[in-house]
Write a protein that binds this ligand. Structure first.
Ligand SMILES: Nc1ncnc2c1ncn2[C@@H]1O[C@H](COP(=O)(O)OP(=O)(O)OP(=O)(O)O)[C@@H](O)[C@H]1O
Ligand SMILES: Nc1ccn([C@@H]2O[C@H](COP(=O)(O)O)[C@@H](O)[C@H]2O)c(=O)n1
Length: 337
């Protein structure tokens, strides 16, 4: 799963953001519809929406020490020094319980991109790029009417210049890494979102579904534990009666006539609990098989998973389904003491 690198911090402390943190950058010209589509992504796919422009605006409004500087950059349509923006993003990510983020309006230039990689140390899962012609962008911004200081014809010109000169090269950079998902943003809001949905539907399962902070290796190992337990149990004396009474007979093509005929003497309490363990592990086996793609998203984990599955098949450790059915439907009370 890791698209991120998480070395220890310089002061030796552990990085706060987890290996499983998923980041999608959302880019496009001013007015291309980023802020319109992001809430829809949140609603449908459960990401946390972080808008760089909004975080900067909040700094202005809170009259923080950087507030005036940010206000001046914004009025001029210029990109605020990256360290300020990246620190705001990092803080918001660290404070969030959700570990999957759509980062809207970022990185706006090469400096933004490098600062995020150096400070946050996460590479984006992909870059969602809303492609829209300049005339449409201008028209939309002039009609936006939300009282923004930068929604005037003069600042729009400056923002578009910054977009073409500084942001497009970043999009091209990610394109060269095959990370860009380009959307035709000139169509209606709903049509655009249809395309956005199909992009997110293609996300790696764990990026689409997972909100937790476990590494996939840990998830895989934990899911495998019950299998190990049943492996040990099935090779121990504890399950010998079942193996003799059912599995071996079935494998030789001789099904026992009745349970009580075949079951060797064992007190009832010896069998307590096994009916829980075996179905549990079988369900787990099925779950691992079905969800294998979800839990084992990194290549090494997937290989371990496949190797484990092959081993189970190879050694034929699990009795057939009908044997299990017979085993679990057996009347424990009827077992001889
Ligand atoms: N597909 C669309 N068709 C027509 N109008 C749209 C479409 N998407 C968004 N708009 C409108 O265009 C305006 C700009 O959209 P939005 O604020 O989402 O753009 P943005 O990319 O977030 O802009 P900025 O980078 O300046 O914040 C809004 O008034 C919005 O309602
Ligand atoms: N990464 C960013 C994002 C934004 N800004 C500044 O905020 C202005 C508004 O941004 P929108 O995304 O809402 O259009 C933008 O023009 C910049 O001045 C920034 O510096 N860095």
């Amino acid at each position: 799963m890791a698209t991120s690198e998480f070395p220890a911090q310089k002061d030796g402390s552990k990085a706060v953001l987890q290996e499983t943190t998923v980041v999608v950058f959302v880019l496009g010209g001013p007015g291309s519809g980023k802020g319109t589509q992001c809430p829809k992504i949140v609603e449908h796919f459960g990401f946390r929406h972080l808008c760089a422009g909004d975080l900067l605006q909040a700094e202005i409004e809170s009259e923080s020490e950087n507030g005036t500087l940010i206000q001046n950059f914004k009025k001029e349509g210029k990109i605020v020094p990256s360290e300020i923006t990246v620190k705001l993003l990092q803080q918001a990510m660290q404070q969030s319980d959700n570990k999957r983020f759509i980062v809207d309006g970022f990185p706006r230039n090469e400096e933004n991109r490098a600062a995020f990689e150096n400070i946050v140390r996460i590479k984006p899962e992909f870059v969602l790029f809303f492609d829209c012609p300049e005339e449409e962008l201008t028209k939309r911004i002039l009609n936006r009417n939300q009282g923004r200081v930068d929604d005037n014809i003069e600042t729009i010109g400056k923002r578009l210049k910054v977009y073409f000169e500084s942001t497009l090269p970043v999009i091209n950079y990610y394109n060269s890494k095959r990370k860009v998902q380009k959307i035709d943003a000139q169509r209606s809001i709903d049509e655009v979102f249809e395309d956005v949905k199909s992009v997110f539907a293609k996300l790696r399962p764990v990026a689409r579904l997972s909100n937790d902070s476990y590494s996939d290796t840990a998830v895989f190992t934990i899911s495998l534990l019950p299998l190990v337990v049943v492996e040990i149990a099935s090779t121990s004396k504890w399950l010998e009666p079942q193996k003799q009474g059912f599995t071996s007979e079935y494998k030789r093509g001789k099904a026992p006539k009745s349970k009580s005929d075949e079951m060797p003497a064992k007190p009832l309490d010896t069998f307590e609990g096994q009916a829980d363990i075996i179905p549990g592990s079988m369900i787990n086996l099925m779950l691992i098989s079905v969800l294998g793609g979800d839990t084992c998203t990194s290549a090494p984990t997937r290989h371990i998973f496949l190797a484990a599955m092959l081993l189970f098949v190879w050694f034929d450790q699990f009795p057939d389904a009908d044997v299990l059915q017979e085993l679990f439907s057996c009347d424990l009370q009827a077992l001889p003491a």
